[in-house]
Design a protein around this ligand. Structure first.
Ligand SMILES: [Zn+2]
Length: 155
C-alpha cells in the first residue's frame, strides 16, 4: 500500500497516527493490532505516571493487566521517535538514566499505576489533528479516516 501522507519523520503513522505531549500527558491514538476498525486512546500523566488505555468509546483495553499494554508501549516508542527520549523523559518527569533509548525502556522506569481517564478529550484532539491533515485535492483514501465513518460533522 502506498503511503498517502508523507511522514515528516520516520514514524509508523498507520500504527500510531497521533502522539503528543499536551495537557500534562503523553497521549495519543494507537491502532488495534488485530482489528482495523478499532483504535485505542492511550495516555500517561506527567509526574504521577498514571496510565490508561481504552477504545475511543471508553471501553477499557483488555491488555491492561497491572502493567502498561502494548498500545502504551507503541505510543511511548513513537513519542521517543517524534520528540527524542530526553524531551519525553523531561515532560513525564522521569529519570531516563543512561542508556534509555526506547519508549518501552522509558515506560519501565516509571513508577506507573493504572487510573482510568476519559478518552474523549484526547480523541477529539486527534480528530482536529486529522482535519489539518486532510488534503483538499487528494482523491486517495486516507487509511486513518477509515475509523470514522460517521464523524463527518461539518467537514
Ligand atoms: Zn491498550
Amino acid at each position: 500500500m502506498v503511503a498517502v501522507v508523507p511522514p515528516a519523520r520516520p514514524r509508523k503513522l498507520a500504527k500510531v497516527p497521533f502522539v503528543e505531549l499536551a495537557d500534562g500527558r503523553l497521549q495519543g491514538v494507537v491502532s488495534s493490532g488485530s482489528d482495523i476498525e478499532r483504535v485505542y486512546v492511550s495516555s500517561v500523566t506527567a509526574g504521577d505516571h498514571a496510565y490508561h488505555c481504552s477504545t475511543n468509546n471508553n471501553r477499557p483495553c483488555g491488555g491492561l493487566r497491572g502493567a502498561p499494554c502494548k498500545h502504551l508501549e507503541s505510543l511511548a516508542d513513537e513519542a521517543v521517535l517524534q520528540y527524542g527520549v530526553d524531551r519525553v523523559a523531561r515532560y513525564l518527569r522521569v529519570d531516563a538514566g543512561d542508556g534509555t533509548q526506547t519508549g518501552v525502556e522509558l515506560l519501565s522506569r516509571l513508577d506507573a499505576r493504572h487510573e482510568p481517564t476519559s478518552a474523549a478529550v484526547v480523541f477529539s484532539r486527534f480528530l482536529r489533528h486529522l482535519a489539518y491533515l486532510e488534503l483538499p485535492a487528494s482523491t486517495a483514501v486516507l487509511p486513518e479516516l477509515h475509523w470514522f465513518p460517521s464523524t463527518g460533522a461539518g467537514r
